[in-house]
Write a protein that binds this ligand. Structure first.
Ligand code: DQA
Length: 147
């Protein structure tokens, strides 16, 4: 059974309470529950990691090398400046799908820059909880070589 790791970066533990007009009302726990249900439908195992610390995100990504066949990553603000996260993704032998709840291209100009997109398999942005669900489907198809 394929294993998919879902990684969330800084401030995403506050989903549901943080700027709900931007990020919606769903909590991270609710999103993880929805992903667990979708993973069962897809026949894959899913695990979750969230941290507000850049180094912990790098460690989690490095750990995916032996523990997952694909990764879904919402790096939060690290998306826009973390070369350490970018290098961790580039080092991985498994595909990483970049996801964002909000449409980063419709917001402040600094959010239009992603230093991780060039080393990710693809990006899904602006579809709320569905960004994660679609990201999981894409990660599974990538791991199976069917996308
Ligand atoms: C985000 C977008 C980022 O710009 C922001 O810093 C976040 C969340 C999103 O899911 O829309 O923390 O990644």
């Amino acid at each position: 059974m394929e294993r998919v790791l879902v990684v969330n970066g800084p401030n995403l533990n506050l989903l549901g309470r943080r700027e709900p007009e931007v990020y919606g009302a769903s909590t991270l726990e609710e999103i993880e529950a929805a992903l667990t249900s979708r993973a069962e439908e897809l026949g894959v195992a899913v695990s979750f990691f969230q941290s507000n610390h850049e180094g912990a995100i790098v460690d989690a990504l490095q750990g995916a090398a032996g523990d997952a066949e694909a990764v879904v990553l919402n790096a939060g603000a690290l998306t826009h400046y973390s070369l350490a996260v970018r290098d961790a993704i580039a080092s991985l032998p498994v595909p990483v799908v970049e996801v964002h709840m909000s449409n980063v291209f419709a917001r402040e100009s600094f959010r239009s820059v992603s230093v991780i997109s060039p080393v990710c398999a693809g990006t899904i942005s602006g579809l709320g909880v569905d960004s994660y669900l679609l990201g999981l489907s894409a990660a599974v198809r990538l791991s199976r070589g069917s996308l």
